[in-house]
Write a protein that binds this ligand. Structure first.
Ligand SMILES: Nc1nc2c(ncn2[C@@H]2O[C@H](COP(=O)(O)OP(=O)(O)OP(=O)(O)O)[C@@H](O)[C@H]2O)c(=O)[nH]1
Ligand SMILES: [Mg+2]
Length: 197
Protein backbone atom coordinates (compact mmCIF):
# COMPACT_ATOMS: atom_id res chain seq x y z
CA UNK A 1 0.00 0.00 0.00
CA UNK A 2 1.32 3.40 -1.02
CA UNK A 3 1.33 5.87 1.88
CA UNK A 4 0.21 8.57 -0.59
CA UNK A 5 -3.10 6.70 -0.76
CA UNK A 6 -3.68 7.11 2.99
CA UNK A 7 -5.19 10.13 4.77
CA UNK A 8 -4.42 10.56 8.47
CA UNK A 9 -7.24 11.75 10.70
CA UNK A 10 -6.57 13.19 14.16
CA UNK A 11 -9.56 12.50 16.40
CA UNK A 12 -9.98 15.59 18.56
CA UNK A 13 -13.76 15.68 18.81
CA UNK A 14 -14.25 14.59 22.41
CA UNK A 15 -15.39 16.50 25.45
CA UNK A 16 -12.26 15.98 27.51
CA UNK A 17 -14.41 15.54 30.60
CA UNK A 18 -11.75 13.71 32.60
CA UNK A 19 -9.39 16.62 32.05
CA UNK A 20 -11.98 19.11 33.32
CA UNK A 21 -13.89 19.63 30.05
CA UNK A 22 -10.95 21.13 28.23
CA UNK A 23 -10.13 20.58 24.56
CA UNK A 24 -7.50 17.88 25.07
CA UNK A 25 -5.80 18.31 21.72
CA UNK A 26 -4.99 21.93 22.50
CA UNK A 27 -3.47 21.29 25.92
CA UNK A 28 0.23 22.06 25.98
CA UNK A 29 2.48 19.03 26.46
CA UNK A 30 6.26 19.42 26.32
CA UNK A 31 5.89 22.85 24.75
CA UNK A 32 3.32 22.11 22.04
CA UNK A 33 -0.39 21.29 21.80
CA UNK A 34 -0.97 17.54 22.13
CA UNK A 35 -2.65 17.34 18.73
CA UNK A 36 0.49 18.87 17.19
CA UNK A 37 2.60 16.04 18.65
CA UNK A 38 0.22 13.58 17.02
CA UNK A 39 0.41 15.51 13.75
CA UNK A 40 4.22 15.43 13.80
CA UNK A 41 4.22 11.65 14.35
CA UNK A 42 1.50 10.78 11.86
CA UNK A 43 2.14 13.17 8.97
CA UNK A 44 5.38 11.50 7.76
CA UNK A 45 3.49 8.19 7.56
CA UNK A 46 0.67 9.32 5.23
CA UNK A 47 -0.08 11.35 2.10
CA UNK A 48 -2.52 13.86 3.60
CA UNK A 49 -3.78 14.91 7.01
CA UNK A 50 -7.00 16.27 8.47
CA UNK A 51 -8.48 16.92 11.89
CA UNK A 52 -11.86 16.11 13.41
CA UNK A 53 -12.83 18.58 16.14
CA UNK A 54 -16.08 19.88 17.56
CA UNK A 55 -14.86 22.93 19.50
CA UNK A 56 -12.17 25.59 18.97
CA UNK A 57 -11.99 24.96 15.23
CA UNK A 58 -9.87 28.10 14.69
CA UNK A 59 -6.90 26.96 16.76
CA UNK A 60 -6.95 23.58 15.00
CA UNK A 61 -7.14 25.31 11.60
CA UNK A 62 -3.93 27.15 12.51
CA UNK A 63 -2.10 23.82 12.07
CA UNK A 64 -2.74 24.33 8.35
CA UNK A 65 -5.00 21.32 7.89
CA UNK A 66 -8.69 20.90 7.08
CA UNK A 67 -10.78 20.66 10.27
CA UNK A 68 -14.15 18.89 10.21
CA UNK A 69 -16.77 18.82 12.97
CA UNK A 70 -18.92 15.70 13.41
CA UNK A 71 -21.48 15.08 10.70
CA UNK A 72 -23.83 13.07 12.91
CA UNK A 73 -25.18 14.25 16.27
CA UNK A 74 -23.23 16.04 18.96
CA UNK A 75 -20.52 14.19 20.86
CA UNK A 76 -21.68 10.72 19.85
CA UNK A 77 -18.24 9.22 20.37
CA UNK A 78 -15.16 8.40 18.28
CA UNK A 79 -17.07 6.52 15.57
CA UNK A 80 -18.80 9.80 14.70
CA UNK A 81 -15.35 11.32 14.21
CA UNK A 82 -14.28 8.44 11.98
CA UNK A 83 -17.45 8.72 9.90
CA UNK A 84 -16.81 12.45 9.47
CA UNK A 85 -13.29 11.70 8.32
CA UNK A 86 -14.54 9.16 5.77
CA UNK A 87 -16.99 11.72 4.32
CA UNK A 88 -14.05 14.03 3.58
CA UNK A 89 -11.41 11.42 2.75
CA UNK A 90 -10.14 11.72 -0.82
CA UNK A 91 -7.73 8.80 -0.71
CA UNK A 92 -8.38 5.06 -0.80
CA UNK A 93 -7.58 4.59 2.89
CA UNK A 94 -7.88 6.53 6.13
CA UNK A 95 -5.91 6.00 9.33
CA UNK A 96 -6.93 7.49 12.68
CA UNK A 97 -5.17 8.43 15.90
CA UNK A 98 -6.53 10.24 18.96
CA UNK A 99 -5.31 13.74 19.78
CA UNK A 100 -4.08 12.67 23.22
CA UNK A 101 -1.50 10.06 22.17
CA UNK A 102 1.78 11.93 21.63
CA UNK A 103 3.90 8.74 21.72
CA UNK A 104 2.23 6.86 18.86
CA UNK A 105 4.48 4.45 16.92
CA UNK A 106 6.51 5.80 14.03
CA UNK A 107 5.63 2.64 12.11
CA UNK A 108 1.94 2.68 13.04
CA UNK A 109 0.66 3.06 9.50
CA UNK A 110 2.99 0.64 7.74
CA UNK A 111 2.26 -2.07 10.32
CA UNK A 112 -1.51 -1.53 10.13
CA UNK A 113 -1.30 -1.60 6.33
CA UNK A 114 0.61 -4.87 6.41
CA UNK A 115 -1.97 -6.40 8.78
CA UNK A 116 -4.88 -5.22 6.68
CA UNK A 117 -3.37 -6.59 3.48
CA UNK A 118 -2.30 -9.91 5.02
CA UNK A 119 -5.81 -10.49 6.37
CA UNK A 120 -7.42 -9.28 3.14
CA UNK A 121 -9.90 -7.13 5.00
CA UNK A 122 -10.92 -3.47 4.86
CA UNK A 123 -10.16 -2.54 8.47
CA UNK A 124 -7.29 -3.13 10.90
CA UNK A 125 -6.54 -1.82 14.39
CA UNK A 126 -3.80 -1.96 16.98
CA UNK A 127 -3.61 -4.32 19.94
CA UNK A 128 -0.86 -4.85 22.51
CA UNK A 129 -0.19 -7.73 24.89
CA UNK A 130 -1.50 -11.25 24.52
CA UNK A 131 -4.09 -13.49 26.09
CA UNK A 132 -5.51 -12.08 29.30
CA UNK A 133 -3.33 -9.00 29.12
CA UNK A 134 -4.32 -8.13 25.56
CA UNK A 135 -5.43 -4.54 25.15
CA UNK A 136 -7.23 -3.12 22.15
CA UNK A 137 -6.46 0.34 20.86
CA UNK A 138 -9.36 0.73 18.43
CA UNK A 139 -8.93 4.46 17.83
CA UNK A 140 -5.63 3.57 16.13
CA UNK A 141 -7.08 2.04 12.98
CA UNK A 142 -6.71 1.91 9.24
CA UNK A 143 -9.73 1.47 7.01
CA UNK A 144 -10.77 1.52 3.42
CA UNK A 145 -12.67 4.72 2.65
CA UNK A 146 -15.54 2.74 1.12
CA UNK A 147 -16.56 1.76 4.68
CA UNK A 148 -18.23 5.15 4.88
CA UNK A 149 -21.62 3.71 3.92
CA UNK A 150 -21.46 0.91 6.47
CA UNK A 151 -20.36 3.25 9.26
CA UNK A 152 -23.00 5.84 8.46
CA UNK A 153 -25.69 3.14 8.50
CA UNK A 154 -24.37 1.76 11.81
CA UNK A 155 -24.48 5.22 13.43
CA UNK A 156 -27.90 6.09 11.99
CA UNK A 157 -29.23 2.83 13.47
CA UNK A 158 -28.01 3.96 16.90
CA UNK A 159 -24.75 1.98 17.02
CA UNK A 160 -21.97 3.64 19.02
CA UNK A 161 -19.58 0.81 20.00
CA UNK A 162 -16.36 0.81 18.02
CA UNK A 163 -15.53 -2.81 18.62
CA UNK A 164 -19.02 -4.00 17.68
CA UNK A 165 -18.75 -2.23 14.32
CA UNK A 166 -15.20 -3.57 13.91
CA UNK A 167 -16.44 -7.14 14.43
CA UNK A 168 -19.17 -6.55 11.89
CA UNK A 169 -16.47 -5.53 9.39
CA UNK A 170 -14.13 -8.42 10.25
CA UNK A 171 -11.45 -6.04 11.44
CA UNK A 172 -7.95 -7.49 11.70
CA UNK A 173 -5.99 -7.05 14.92
CA UNK A 174 -2.41 -5.94 14.45
CA UNK A 175 -0.10 -6.64 17.39
CA UNK A 176 2.45 -4.04 18.49
CA UNK A 177 5.14 -4.74 21.09
CA UNK A 178 5.46 -1.29 22.57
CA UNK A 179 2.47 -0.73 24.81
CA UNK A 180 3.89 2.60 25.99
CA UNK A 181 3.54 4.04 22.50
CA UNK A 182 -0.24 3.89 22.88
CA UNK A 183 -0.42 5.74 26.20
CA UNK A 184 -3.04 8.43 26.09
CA UNK A 185 -3.32 11.42 28.31
CA UNK A 186 -6.78 11.66 29.83
CA UNK A 187 -6.34 13.72 33.00
CA UNK A 188 -4.29 16.67 34.19
CA UNK A 189 -2.37 14.23 36.40
CA UNK A 190 -1.43 12.17 33.30
CA UNK A 191 -0.33 15.37 31.60
CA UNK A 192 1.94 16.32 34.51
CA UNK A 193 3.30 12.80 34.99
CA UNK A 194 4.28 12.28 31.33
CA UNK A 195 5.59 15.84 30.98
CA UNK A 196 8.39 14.96 33.35
CA UNK A 197 9.10 11.30 32.49
N1 LIG B 1 -15.67 13.17 16.85
C1 LIG B 1 -15.76 12.76 18.09
N2 LIG B 1 -14.68 12.25 18.70
C2 LIG B 1 -14.80 11.86 19.97
C3 LIG B 1 -16.01 11.96 20.67
N3 LIG B 1 -15.81 11.49 21.92
C4 LIG B 1 -14.53 11.12 22.01
N4 LIG B 1 -13.91 11.35 20.83
C5 LIG B 1 -12.51 11.09 20.52
O1 LIG B 1 -12.23 9.73 20.80
C6 LIG B 1 -10.92 9.57 21.32
C7 LIG B 1 -10.96 8.80 22.61
O2 LIG B 1 -11.81 9.50 23.52
P1 LIG B 1 -11.44 9.86 25.01
O3 LIG B 1 -10.01 9.64 25.30
O4 LIG B 1 -12.45 9.24 25.88
O5 LIG B 1 -11.62 11.45 24.92
P2 LIG B 1 -12.76 12.37 25.45
O6 LIG B 1 -14.08 11.75 25.20
O7 LIG B 1 -12.47 13.72 24.92
O8 LIG B 1 -12.45 12.40 27.01
P3 LIG B 1 -13.41 12.07 28.23
O9 LIG B 1 -14.57 13.00 28.06
O10 LIG B 1 -12.57 12.37 29.42
O11 LIG B 1 -13.78 10.63 28.08
C8 LIG B 1 -10.35 10.97 21.45
O12 LIG B 1 -9.55 11.17 20.33
C9 LIG B 1 -11.55 11.87 21.41
O13 LIG B 1 -11.27 13.13 20.84
C10 LIG B 1 -17.15 12.49 19.96
O14 LIG B 1 -18.25 12.60 20.47
N5 LIG B 1 -16.96 12.86 18.68
MG1 LIG C 1 -14.64 9.56 26.18
Amino acid sequence: MDSAEITGLILAGGRGSRMGHVDKGLQIFRGAPMALHVLMRLQPQVGQMMINANQNLGPYESFGLPVWPDEIGGFEGPLAGMQTGLVHCETEYMVTAPCDSPFLPEDLVSRLAEGLEDARVDLAYAVTGEGETQQSHPVFCLMRATLNRSLEAYLRAGGRKIEAWFRQENAAQVRFDDEAAFRNINTLEDLKRYEAS
